[in-house]
Design a protein around this ligand. Structure first.
Ligand code: ATP
Ligand code: TZE
Ligand code: MG
Length: 302
């Protein structure tokens, strides 16, 4: 059932969206070089600010200035993988909340070793697609019988529903090992699941065109870290995923309008607006979405 308009969670989500627009928090990223530019642009579009860094000591220095941080293991050059243990240990020693995107969890021994080690310095939020969430729970010994089809590169081979129990187990594990006692997991896909280990919410909406641009998930992780600067893990994860659904719906509508626009007909007959235009429209839509629109998006409790 859709949460009522006056539900306290909706009010907290609206507040988080508004606070990011007014406070412009900087959430530094240690993220892959495929989608780093899109991550930074998405953080800026929602009202936050960005700083990308790849050296452990430098990242620690930037993170010390921030209220939250983002780590994404998409491209594990030796210099990235060598830095990750020190970075995650430093974040947790300083009780800094952070978001992990376990990109392509299960693919290759280096990634497996790094993600397995992270259970000793766990994040505050994990944001990933269904396969990544199922595999990460297995790597941390939280197996609940859900088996993944294994990673298909960076894309999910599993449906969101099959990641529900692994997501809850991960959230509970992280909450137990986190100074604030609060954590969340966000599973993305055609619908999204967000849980703090106790409550679980299902989000609808969003455009399938998101699967036609690279970095939709990576940038969602970055924006989740931006919201984590001003809100609890559950509220940050909900706010970011709801913003993404509202903005991708708006961008898809604008794309349709462009393709049907009479005055653009000659251009559109030669070349219909597609994923490239959608990516730009999506950034515009992230910037245009209001706190009221984001907090009014559909949420049902599982
Ligand atoms: N079929 C779909 N329909 C609607 N929205 C979708 C669909 N698939 C993904 N999304 C949305 O796209 C965003 C990114 O989710 P996705 O599951 O594609 O992440 P990912 O696999 O980690 O992406 P990336 O390719 O960046 O690694 C989320 O906001 C999610 O709701
Ligand atoms: C395509 C791709 N390859 C490594 S990271 C990345 C970005 C999407 O996760
Ligand atoms: Mg991804």
């Amino acid at each position: 059932m859709n949460l009522p308009a006056q539900h306290p969670l909706r009010q907290a989500i609206a507040q988080a969206v508004q606070d990011v627009k007014s406070q412009s928090p900087m959430a530094p990223s240690f993220t892959n070089f495929v989608t780093m530019n899109f991550v930074a642009n998405a953080q800026l579009a929602c009202g936050g600010s960005a700083a990308m860094s790849f050296i452990a000591t430098e990242f620690d220095a930037i993170a010390a200035l921030a209220k939250s941080a983002y780590i994404n293991v998409g491209t594990l050059l030796p210099s990235y993988s060598d830095a990750l243990h020190a970075i995650t240990a430093d974040l947790n020693e300083s009780a800094k909340p952070w978001v992990l995107d376990p990109v392509a969890a299960g693919l290759g021994q280096t990634r497996t070793d790094i993600l397995t080690d992270m259970q000793h310095n766990p994040p505050t939020i994990v944001r990933g697609n269904a396969s990544e969430i199922i595999v990460l729970a297995q790597l941390w010994g939280l197996d609940c019988g859900s088996s993944s089809h294994g990673p298909e590169g960076v894309e999910s081979a599993d449906d969101v529903q099959s990641a529900m129990e692994p997501a809850r187990l991960l959230a509970r594990f992280m909450a137990e090992h986190t100074p604030s006692g609060q954590a969340a997991v966000a599973v993305s896909g055609e619908e999204d699941l967000i849980t703090d280990g106790t409550q679980t919410f299902r989000l609808h909406g969003g455009s399938p065109l998101m699967t036609k641009i690279t970095g939709a998930g990576c940038s969602l992780g970055g924006v989740t870290a931006t919201y984590l600067s001003v809100a609890s893990p559950l509220v940050a994860a909900l706010a970011a995923s709801m913003l993404y659904n509202v903005a991708s719906d708006a961008a898809a509508q604008a794309l349709d309008a462009l393709n049907q626009c009479d005055s653009c007909a000659p251009v559109r007959q030669a070349l219909p607006a597609g994923p490239g235009t959608f990516q730009a429209l999506f950034l515009d839509a992230l910037a245009a979405a209001t706190a009221e629109q984001v907090s009014a998006a559909e949420i049902s409790e599982c």
